[in-house]
Design a protein around this ligand. Structure first.
Ligand SMILES: Nc1nc2c(ncn2[C@@H]2O[C@H](COP(=O)(O)OP(=O)(O)OP(=O)(O)O)[C@@H](O)[C@H]2O)c(=O)[nH]1
Ligand SMILES: [Mg+2]
Length: 308
């Protein structure tokens, strides 16, 4: 299945929330103020957020003027272009080390899909021919280590682990040494989501960072914040808390297959200026895709089976 088809399938519920509601609106109508007002409401219901909804409607207005569009039937196409414009600056590429192993740190509150996303990334990088090591940095609960080991088995990647309660920074220290010894290309570090409060989180992340920066200059190459797409606008609140304590370089938005709130990606990128690097579109190993603005906009704004 190609990227566009995967986005279409994974974003079906979000498409219903935007395109599905739009179809009833624009049939047989002119592009006028009334229609633009209704478009704004549709966007607000799709978790696009107030500021971005206004921005998109303004963009659609301008595009309509520029293309001299007057027919309501052109609305989906115009909205698709406006969404692509909103996401134009998103940088989905992942930073890679100039030499030696590349280290990615995965952070986020509990249950958002950190460990699953690591498993999916491991599978993808392995398929690209890279040697991948997983670091079991969530030492908070024993099940977390076992869960990561299961993903290690499935993807065929070695897991560096200590026992429950161990120091996560020590696990990552060992993972860096192992990566050097084995000539690994990528280290994916899992972290605990249950650190209760900001002070604990800050303490743990700064300890990890200290070790990582000392042992592997230039690392972490990415700090990826995982957020649960089904929480819609709340994902923004989560992001805000983490942005205050971690040097977040990009985001993984998970569980988009299970929600109509995929529109939340727009304010994440446009208002918060955090690049969305990956999206989780299902529970299977190959259901994580690099974020594509054009595939996203098309999946949200075009009917099923249409290739745009
Ligand atoms: N449908 C769907 N489910 C997902 C996706 N990503 C993760 N999940 C599910 O979300 C649940 C939690 O995922 P985990 O990877 O354990 O989350 P975590 O952030 O590591 O959780 P903690 O270790 O408890 O902090 C699991 O049941 C996953 O299968 C996705 O893209 N789509
Ligand atoms: Mg986990």
């Amino acid at each position: 299945m190609g990227l566009f088809d995967k986005f279409k399938r994974g974003l079906a519920k979000s498409r219903d929330a935007v395109f599905g509601r739009l179809t009833g609106l624009f049939q047989g109508r002119k592009l006028d103020e009334g229609l633009y007002e209704e478009l704004e409401e549709v966007l607000l219901l799709a978790d696009v957020g107030f500021e971005t909804a206004i921005w998109l409607v303004e963009r659609v207005r301008r595009l309509a003027r520029e293309t001299k569009a007057t027919d309501g039937a052109e609305l989906p196409q115009l909205l698709q272009r406006a969404m692509e414009d909103a996401l134009a600056d998103n940088e989905a590429d992942m930073k890679v080390a100039d030499s030696g192993p590349t280290l990615y740190l995965i952070v986020g509150v509990n249950g958002v899909g950190k460990t699953t996303s690591i498993g999916k990334l491991a599978h993808r990088f392995k398929n690209e021919g890279k040697k991948v090591l997983l670091a079991a940095g969530d030492t908070f609960r024993a099940a977390a280590i076992e869960q990561l080991m299961e993903w290690g088995n499935r993807s065929g990647c070695e897991v560096i682990r200590h026992s429950q309660g161990a120091d996560p920074a020590a696990v990552i220290f060992d993972a860096i040494a192992a990566a050097r010894a084995r000539g690994a290309d990528i280290i994916l570090c899992d972290t605990a989501g249950r650190l209760h409060n900001k002070a604990n989180l800050m303490a743990e992340l700064s300890k990890i960072n200290k070790v990582v920066e000392r042992e592997l200059p230039g690392a972490p190459h990415e700090v990826l914040l995982v957020v649960d797409g089904t929480t819609g606008q709340n994902a923004l609140l989560q992001a805000k808390a983490f942005l205050e304590v971690a040097k977040v370089s990009g985001m993984i938005v998970t569980k988009l297959d299970g929600t109509a709130k995929g529109g939340v990606i727009l304010p994440i990128v446009r208002e918060y200026h955090i690049p969305v690097k990956w999206v989780g579109l299902g529970e299977q190993m190959d259901d994580l895709e690099p974020f594509s603005a054009s595939a996203f906009a098309q999946a949200i704004c075009q009917p099923d089976g249409s290739s745009g």
